[in-house]
Write a protein that binds this ligand. Sequence first.
Ligand code: ZN
Length: 199
Amino acid sequence: MSYEGHEEYLCAVGHRTQVDCNEDRPKACRCGEALVWRHSVDETNGFYVEDASTFAAGTRLIGFDDVWHVDHYGNKYATKIDRFEPAESINSETGQSLGNVWINIQAEKEALAKEIAENDANRRWGVMATPQNGSPWQILTEYCLDTTYFTYSLGSHKEKPVGFTSREDAVGAMNRVMEAGMPPNTRFEVFCFDQRDNP
Ligand SMILES: [Zn+2]
């Protein structure tokens, strides 16, 4: 069965909004304030008292706003919009706390950006050589280039590849190795890897 559920939000002043999981996240609250907290309610397999991800996250009422209207006699009347803050979710059968399951949207965004930056910082480019005669493929395991000196080695794919910090650098090295007179029927290409996987 495919995922069913909805996303609930609290804005900066505590208004509650919810949208179906297939809808886009609202840009802001109806009042114009930013959405600060979110919680996904998973309705795929129904509701379980002990699983806080299957029902609305806990809230504490902190106040309300009056929204004013005028009826067709010209009488003013107000409707009440409650304001909440995040609170612990509670198992409705045992009264036991299930913890505060609200996620801070800004903190989540920052954590994601940090993770992407870390992944980028750890990305390296290597050079791979595949002989077309059926011999196993090899990688560039050593590369040294300065104004007077150029040397390189190719080794087994189980060895540690030379990790260039950009694709361009890897392509430059690949071209230089090819010019240095590799067997003609060898296919060269660059590949991307995460240096954390090659300690
Ligand atoms: Zn609001």
